[in-house]
Design a protein around this ligand. Structure first.
Ligand code: AMP
Ligand code: GLY
Length: 424
């Protein structure tokens, strides 16, 4: 089977690497890809907003499955256009992708299905939102309804901060995404991510992970797309995973199907582990980045075949086989990130991959002299395995220290919460 993978980040490099190892794969294409993906796939240029161009490429190259990496083409309905042309796609329809594309949609669905999540109000104007603040207590959680590249959430400590953030959101800070704002109850606890594959009916758990969203060590400073992750997340005990599946994931899949919007693809649940059990913070309709990198390090099956089963509605009875080890990834970002990152910094990967580590490319490009330079905020994901988080962390930083990237930086404490628990 020929597969077309869409996307250009570290998540897609990890998917490309695993798809290339799939016995059921004949040829892998990627659009647009990156220099790391180019080691696994033939990279082509395609405008993913031009659905007929993507369909045409698939017909011309006998593509049997399209794997859609990022959320934007999913929310834009690319999977629907492919399915309408009889081309199997891994990823939800436009209607189902609302689980990520509209925070208010997901909150309403949770309310209808009795899924545990924080109380909320959907607001449509600054006046309405400011008045609604009175129903909550600080810290206030304010969310632009639509896609905002992971930046649309503000946790405001005071009334004044909340009012200022609301004025910015309704003032156009996030464009259309901020035309509606969800205000929700603050949930206290530890966060963890739970992944499941579903074909609209059957659900196959696909691992757990913990991300590090803030730019600074000890989880301080502005939010990023994620500075590092590890999998599995021991805080999500088998008992809590069973609860998340029964109380959150399965009712979501069932309700979406019952309401005529069957969800197919990967469902990524951001959970808060509260005193009363797991509660839903948010859904994403794609793999996490960099959580995907650690899941792919551990996944041992035929990924192309599993994704195809998902796309074809044949997931019943499938299982996902993961190595019984911990994978940990550290993001190397360009200085300036998550603000304006320095572009063009030279990178020498040296012998980082010796010893079994894997360096996924997130934002790189080839330079004129055949070298590698930074081309984005998050640039590299240095990923390694170990018997537990402490060991995986040691191996990942050993590999990372072999990389020469003077205009880059990273957090040195990825995994710190779990390393502390393992040391107890
Ligand atoms: P989101 O983009 O929805 O994942 O939100 C970004 C981050 O904001 C989350 O990873 C949490 O750390 C935090 N957050 C979002 N919603 C809540 C909530 N209701 N209570 C506490 N923290 C939250
Ligand atoms: N790493 C968080 C995300 O992919 O949304």
């Amino acid at each position: 089977m020929n597969v077309l993978l869409l996307g250009s980040g570290g998540r897609e490099h990890a998917l490309a690497w695993k798809l290339a190892q799939s016995p059921s794969l004949t040829k892998l294409y990627a659009a647009p890809g990156n220099p790391g993906i180019a080691e696994e796939a033939e990279c082509v240029s395609l405008d993913v907003t031009d659905h007929s161009a993507v369909v045409g490429f698939c017909r011309d190259h006998a593509i049997g499955l399209v794997v859609i990496g990022p959320e934007a083409p999913l929310v834009d309905g690319l999977a629907d256009s492919l399915r309408a042309a009889d081309i199997p796609a891994f990823g939800p329809s436009k209607a189902a992708a609302q689980l990520e594309g509209s925070k208010g949609f997901t909150k309403d669905l949770c309310a209808r299905a009795g899924i545990p999540t924080g109380g909320y109000v959907r607001t449509h104007s600054l006046e309405e939102a400011t008045a609604a603040l009175g129903k909550f207590t600080a810290p206030y959680v304010l969310k632009a309804d639509g896609l905002a590249a992971g930046k649309g959430v503000v946790i405001a400590a005071t009334d004044a901060e909340a009012e200022e953030a609301l004025a910015d959101m309704f003032g156009g800070q996030f464009g259309e995404a901020g035309a509606q704002v969800v205000i929700e109850e603050f949930l206290a606890g530890e966060e963890a991510s739970f992944f499941a594959l579903t074909d609209g009916k059957s659900v196959v758990p696909f691992g757990t992970a913990q991300d590090h969203k803030q730019v600074g060590e000890g989880d301080v400073g502005p939010n990023t797309g994620g500075m590092g992750a590890y999998s599995p997340a021991p805080v999500l005990t088998p008992e809590l995973q069973a609860r998340a599946l029964a109380e959150i994931i399965q009712p979501t899949v069932d309700t979406m199907a019952a309401e005529g919007m069957p969800y197919s693809g990967v469902l990524y649940a951001g959970l808060m582990l509260t005193a009363t059990g797991p509660q839903l913070i948010e859904y994403n309709c794609r793999f996490g980045d960099p959580e995907c990198q650690v899941l792919m390090m551990r996944y041992q099956g035929d990924l192309a075949a599993l994704m195809m089963a998902c796309a074809k509605g044949k997931l019943a009875g499938a299982e996902a086989d993961f190595a019984d080890k911990t994978a940990l990834t550290v993001v190397m970002a360009a200085k300036g990130y998550p603000g304006t990152p320095e572009k063009g910094g030279e990178i020498d990967l040296g012998a980082a991959a010796a010893g079994g580590a894997k360096v996924f490319h997130a934002g790189t490009k080839g330079s004129e002299d055949g070298g590698l330079v930074a081309n984005g905020g998050r640039v590299l994901n240095v990923t390694a395995m170990g018997g537990n988080v402490t060991e995986a962390q040691r191996s990942a930083y050993e590999a990372l220290d072999k990389v020469d990237f003077p205009s880059g930086f990273c957090r040195r404490d990825i995994g710190w919460k779990e390393v502390a628990r393992e040391g107890e």
